[in-house]
Write a protein that binds this ligand. Structure first.
Ligand code: HEC
Length: 156
């Protein structure tokens, strides 16, 4: 009887350890992202996305470089806006944050395998993407969350 009780306590302690470790600051890895159809519900990080940082990563030619393909009127101070993708004006009214997260993480899961939009948080970055990204993600988990938070501010 005593023995079972002790084992029970040990089990409870282990369970507690396991649960607390899932609350730690470690971001979700690119292989562990959970897609439900075309949405990713859970944030990749424990820190909420920062729209101001997201705006910077969006415009940064070495990070999101989203302007290479997307027009974004809110960013008219930036010189060049591409036209390969849809203009992102009012995008928050077309997609919910968990859909925007899925698009930025791996656009192929939403638009299909032929999209030219890179996957920014997947090891399958896409055909036209620089070889230096093989085995790496273009954006960090926090940069994805920041960009999603920024996109969520783009209302008409
Ligand atoms: C190489 C070009 C390219 C780059 C770079 C790119 N996209 Fe796209 N994106 C597209 C295309 C093309 C589409 C339209 C979907 C399709 O047909 O594949 C799209 C669609 C989208 C959509 C849905 C738009 C809508 O209104 O329906 C969002 C949101 C989006 N992109 C966000 C981003 C963000 C954020 C970045 C930067 C982190 C980015 N894209 C970088 C090509 C690109």
């Amino acid at each position: 009887m005593r023995k079972t009780c002790k084992r029970g306590l040990l089990g409870a302690a282990l369970l507690l350890a396991a649960t607390t470790s899932s609350w730690s600051a470690e971001p979700v890895g690119p292989k562990d992202v959970v897609f439900e159809e075309t949405i990713v519900k859970a944030s990749l990080t424990s820190q909420p996305g920062n729209p101001a940082e997201g705006r910077k990563a969006f415009a940064d030619r070495k990070l999101g470089n989203c302007l290479a393909c997307h027009k974004n009127t809110e960013m008219s101070e930036q010189q060049f806006h591409g036209e390969v993708g849809t203009p992102l004006d009012g995008v928050a009214e077309r997609w919910k944050p968990d859909e925007l997260r899925a698009i930025v993480i791996n656009s192929k899961k939403v638009f299909g395998p032929d999209t030219v939009m890179p996957g920014f948080y997947t090891l399958d970055v896409g055909v036209n993407v620089d070889k230096k990204f093989e085995g790496k993600t273009i954006l960090s988990a926090q940069q994805v969350e920041d960009i999603v938070a920024y996109l969520a501010t783009l209302k008409n």
